[in-house]
Design a protein around this ligand. Structure first.
Ligand code: ADP
Ligand code: TPW
Ligand code: MG
Length: 569
């Protein structure tokens, strides 16, 4: 066409989305291409964003979520309509539950047809489907709203308690053209998307007074504290007060696990005995038995530091709430704290040290037992020892026994290096988290996976190989969910509901993609395979054969597993 519009004065929705993301410092997209977002992915890559293409949207979403957790910028997950959108939603919901900032951007079908339910290709009312699972959900219906829509999504994802935001882009908006001047004017550079929330000085004083009155104080660090990246201030406060601390799973390493002040090896003891507990970015949810029951004293009083006001009094009354961002609150605590004002009783510290010694000895017996075939302890001990002088390596961990025992055995010494099943205890985060962490950090990742857990995202080892990521996956192959020796109670030929393939060779899967596979049956070979794989810096999968009878049903969560009292099972 000779008289076509001068291409220099016209842009379109695709370009505007990329421009809006770039303007706000977003440099990576985790996605899966198809109608109507294929050209968006191509254009993003052409314009200098890193695009990581996955085999399933759930893993792309998990990668985006963990990227958000590690960087405090919303991780971006890009999907196609209806089924692609829904595949990503599990990750978006998981991000919201865990407080990770991410934005799922999905293309959507023709609004007029979708709303009249006339049967469009991949028809679904995506924005409304997303709402219950997202921190916020928006749809952009006009190309000139792309700038403001992206800005709203960023604010919603990272402000306050972070979470997953859904952003719906209609195919029509993506293809719509717009004058470049008007387009440029419509872009928005967000200012201060995660504003500090300064604590009320009264609340700081009240909290310090309560801690000073305690005989047996305890600090619990949660992943909100890890997310806040106020590492030095938190460490100074813990050291200045001398209060023993307990890290929640993903807060391990915020202070090194091997510090004398860590009470992790005396967890049950300190939870039951503490008279004042200070929660820093940790919720009193199921992971802390809601602060109730035999694990806790009914007279414990609480300090809770959280950015979300509605978290206060959620399960137990909070005597000293501090509603603020953790960085600001820790600075305020340090400014107000007089040396010597808070000092836990020596008897308390001695009792904890004694309990730690006792528990560590018991654990050592298990770690040192040489079992053949390997059990969880001996295999995890080998991994622990290889990682001991490599604290910069990220550790992803999911499964039941593999997760629960792994958390206890593998110490962390740097903040935000442990990434796991988190608040939902969800399976399927493994490869997505590993890829997200490797991509945003450039550091190696070791993923310790139950054989069932691995299956949820296992196909992403092709993604790992395609992008040459330094990820080593260890599959703890005990032939099943929890154990590999369960039987079909009908006596029939089908395997039991918890059984998986016996003698499966997961190591051969990665060889299909030119990665390195290892098959190991004893701890010494775990050590060698992991050492070699890490030294190579290349994708590897180590199939670790674990005694099928070693695990316990539900790992450490037996108390949450209802069991029939009638007939069979
Ligand atoms: P864990 O599972 O480690 O116990 P949770 O995810 O249950 O941790 O709790 C984290 C808490 O931290 C949430 O209640 C969240 O509101 C809070 N939080 C997240 N980021 C911040 C921050 N920057 N400042 C204060 N609180 C935060
Ligand atoms: C999305 C239920 C919890 S743990 C687990 C399942 C299926 C797997 C345990 O077996 P694995 O570990 O990984 O082999 P191990 O070492 O004990 O043998 N679907 C989702 N999330 C969860 N949590 C489940 C199912 C579950
Ligand atoms: Mg298993």
């Amino acid at each position: 066409m000779e008289d076509k519009i001068n291409s220099h004065s016209i842009t379109d929705g695709f370009h505007l989305v990329v421009d809006a993301l770039k303007l706000n410092g977003i440099d990576t997209i985790f996605g899966l291409a198809g109608i109507p977002i294929t050209d968006l992915a191509r254009l993003a890559q052409a314009e200098g964003l890193r695009y990581i293409g996955f085999r399933h949207e759930q893993s792309a979403g998990n990668a985006a979520a963990i990227a958000g957790y590690l960087t405090r910028k919303p991780g971006i997950c890009l999907t196609v309509s209806a089924p692609g959108f829904l595949n990503g939603m599990v990750a978006l919901a998981n991000a919201t539950t865990n407080g990770f900032p991410m934005i799922q951007i999905s293309g959507s079908s023709d609004r007029a047809i979708v709303d009249l339910q006339q049967g469009d290709y991949e028809e679904l009312d995506q924005m409304n489907a997303a709402k219950p699972y997202a921190k916020a959900a928006f749809r952009i219906n006009k190309p000139e709203d792309i700038g403001i829509g992206v800005a709203r999504a960023i604010h919603a994802a990272v402000s306050g308690r972070p979470g997953g935001v859904y952003l719906d882009l209609t195919a029509e908006v993506l293809a719509a053209s717009l004058d470049t001047d008007a387009a440029a004017r419509s872009l928005v550079r967000v200012v201060d998307p995660a504003p500090r929330q300064i604590p009320d000085p009264e609340s700081i004083k009240r909290a310090l007074d309560l801690l000073a009155s305690a005989q047996r104080p305890l600090i619990i660090l949660g992943k909100g504290a890890a997310y806040a990246q106020a590492d030095d201030a938190i460490r100074s406060f813990v050291e200045m007060t001398g209060i023993p601390y307990l890290p929640m799973s993903m807060a391990k390493g915020l202070l090194p696990d091997n510090l004398k002040q860590s009470a992790a090896a005396a967890r049950s003891f300190v939870l039951a005995q503490a008279d004042v507990v200070m929660l820093i970015g940790a919720r009193l949810n199921w992971l802390l038995a809601h602060g109730k029951g035999p694990q806790w004293s009914p007279t414990t009083r609480f300090v809770q530091l959280d950015i979300s006001p509605t978290e206060i009094d959620s399960n137990r009354p909070i005597a000293a709430p501090v509603v603020a961002d953790i960085g600001s609150a820790m600075s305020a605590f340090l400014a107000e704290l007089k040396p010597g004002y808070i000092r836990p009783k020596t008897m308390w510290l001695d009792a904890i040290a004694e309990r730690k010694r006792h528990n560590t000895e018991r654990m050592a017996a298990q770690l040192n037992a040489s079992r053949n075939p390997m059990d969880f302890y001996s295999a995890l001990r080998a991994i622990r020892d290889v990682l001991a002088d490599k604290p910069h390596i990220y550790l992803v961990n999911e499964g039941a026994n593999t997760l629960d025992i792994g958390r206890n055995i593998i110490d962390m010494r740097e903040p935000r290096k442990r990434l796991d099943s988190g608040t939902w205890g969800v399976m399927g985060i493994g490869m997505g988290y590993a890829i997200g962490a490797a991509v945003v950090s450039g550091q190696p990742v070791v993923a310790v996976e139950g054989d069932s857990a691995f299956g949820f995202s296992g196909m992403e080892i092709e993604t790992i190989c395609r992008y040459h990521l330094p990820i080593v996956v260890l599959v703890f192959n005990n032939g099943g969910i929890y154990r590999g020796d369960d039987v079909n109670q009908s006596g029939g030929a089908d395997p039991s509901p918890t059984a998986l393939m016996k003698n499966a060779r997961y190591d051969k899967l990665i060889e299909a993609f030119n990665g390195t596979g290892y098959h190991v049956t004893e701890p010494r070979s775990v050590t060698k395979a992991l050492t070699d794989a890490l030294a190579s810096g290349k994708p590897a999968l180590i199939n670790c054969v674990i005694d099928p009878t070693a695990g316990t049903e539900s790992g450490h969560l037996q108390n949450l597993n209802p069991q029939t009292q009638v007939g069979h099972a």
